[in-house]
Design a protein. Structure first.
Ligand SMILES: Cc1cc2nc3c(=O)[nH]c(=O)nc-3n(C[C@H](O)[C@H](O)[C@H](O)COP(=O)(O)OP(=O)(O)OC[C@H]3O[C@@H](n4cnc5c(N)ncnc54)[C@H](O)[C@@H]3O)c2cc1C
Length: 434
């Protein structure tokens, strides 16, 4: 009888202990799940939830919440566990490392491009990186594959294929013109030099491409890359300046000319070779996108802010939702009455410090932020702002100056002008387990 009682007691203690462990585990899981839910809500408010390009898609039936995808991802808060399954949080921050794809033990992750709602334009390229126009090749991010390593590899391979094709034209001033000096363009230029091609590289801004404009210093590379004329690069974690310095030194050592501030406007096939037209003078500005609204031709309308310190006591309208618009609004705010109008519901893909600064300025009443609005017309002393979509409420406001930052020409517009075939991808798999 005594042993039975002892046994019951022991089993009860073990049962209670296990129950406590399970309850604590479930409570922790619930807490973490709520945290992820809050992050998703914030991501939606800030426009970071919807992916812009490459992103992971989790098969909810196969995911067993090991969390391996989250630990493997070099970025932060792209993925999280909610209600026992992995889910995306700030999907627009995904740059396609593919580490989650490789880490998942149940192969529950597929890397996709675009979504059902938001398609991504991609040019047609064959396995040689050649487009529908023979002689024009596309490598790197523009072809849909993110990451420095991939861009470098594709730039190198594209030139290998150009060399193999062996087409040279006696009338052409150059064997090869590389458009853009990002990682793909740098690698292509180096490989062209290695193969003794007479090559010119034209860059509309500054050497380094997206890397030069990184809002952060840290760069992560999940595997080594092969840089022509330099060899294997094993930089797993480096800084933006270290990488830029390395590229500059390899370029200098090999006497390679990269013409910065030279925007290629179009490429025209001509007599068996190509005529490449660049924008003369200050190539950096490109062609600012216009709103095409009444009054846009007035002198008080500008597409860049040159000397903010000279502008004071004015009623200013800044249009746009990118870093340029926000930075301009912040520069003008202390001495002027600034309205910032953006057609979107939230800013997406802006530098985190700009997000913080603009929130602070709005809170202090320094900037009057009007989200979900469209500038409809501009007059000498007034403007008309419409809220919501078409047919929304219209407001007339006093105005002295208008700054429009609606972006430049999209790469797809440039590609279309050249005659390259483009297709919209709505969530197509780029990396998928068989
Ligand atoms: C915030 C952020 C962080 C990232 N972090 C990492 C990371 O840690 N590790 C990693 O591997 N990758 C990272 N990436 C991705 C990586 O930067 C890109 O995949 C890579 O830069 C692609 O290289 P690319 O040469 O194809 O294109 P880009 O770097 O975009 O270069 C294209 C170049 O072409 C120029 N150009 C375009 N049109 C014209 C024209 N008409 N005439 C002349 N020039 C033109 C542009 O000015 C640009 O310099 C990150 C991306 C972002 C946005």
């Amino acid at each position: 009888m005594e042993t039975l009682f002892e046994n019951i007691l022991i089993y009860s203690i073990v049962f209670v202990f296990c129950l406590v462990v399970v309850i604590l585990y479930l409570r922790r899981q619930k807490r973490n799940s709520n945290l992820v839910e809050e992050k998703i809500l914030k991501a939606k408010q800030e426009g970071l939830y919807e992916p812009v390009s490459l992103h992971p898609v989790v098969d909810q039936n196969t995911c067993i919440q090991t969390g391996a995808c989250i630990s493997a991802c070099p970025e932060k808060d792209i993925l999280g566990i909610r209600n026992g399954k992995a889910t995306t949080i700030n999907a627009s921050h995904c740059i396609g490392h593919g580490a989650c794809f490789n880490a998942c033990p149940t192969q529950a992750i597929t890397l996709c491009i675009g979504t059902e709602k938001r398609g991504v334009d991609l040019p047609h390229v064959n396995y040689n990186f050649e487009t529908n126009i023979p002689g024009i090749y596309i490598a790197g991010e523009l072809g849909g594959m993110g990451l420095i390593k991939n861009a470098v590899e594709q730039g190198r391979q594209a030139v290998e294929n150009i060399v193999k094709a062996g087409k040279k034209h006696h009338k052409a001033a150059y064997d090869l013109i590389v458009v853009g000096a990002g990682p793909a363009g740098i690698s292509a230029s180096l490989n062209a030099k290695k193969h003794n091609l007479n090559c010119l590289t034209l860059e509309q801004e500054t050497l380094g491409g997206t890397v030069f404009n990184f809002p952060r210093s840290k760069i992560v590379m999940t595997s080594p890359m092969d840089l022509p004329l330099h060899g294997k690069l094993k930089l797993y974690e480096t800084s933006k300046s270290e990488l830029l310095d390395l590229w500059k030194s390899v370029i200098q050592k090999n006497n390679i000319t990269i013409k910065e501030n030279s925007k290629v406007e179009t490429i025209v096939p001509e007599d068996g070779h190509f005529r490449v037209e660049t924008l003369g003078g200050d190539g950096r500005q490109g062609s600012p996108r216009k709103l095409n609204i009444p009054g846009e031709e007035l002198e008080k309308v500008a597409y860049r802010l040159l000397e903010p310190e000279l502008i004071s006591g004015k009623e200013v309208m800044v249009v746009g939702g990118g870093d340029s618009a926000i930075e301009s609004a912040l520069l003008l705010a202390p001495n002027n009455k600034v309205i910032l109008s953006y057609r979107g519901e939230a800013f997406s893909r802006i530098k985190p410090q700009n997000k913080e600064k603009i929130d602070e300025a709005v809170e202090k009443g320094l900037v009057d932020m009007r989200l979900n609005t469209n500038l409809e017309s501009i007059e000498q002393d007034e403007i008309t702002l419409a809220s919501g979509g078409e047919g929304g409420e219209k407001t007339r406001l006093k105005n002295d100056l208008v700054y429009i930052f609606a972006g430049g020409e999209l790469p797809t517009q440039f590609l279309k002008k050249v005659g390259l075939q483009i297709t919209k991808k709505f969530g197509e798999a780029v990396l998928k387990h068989r």
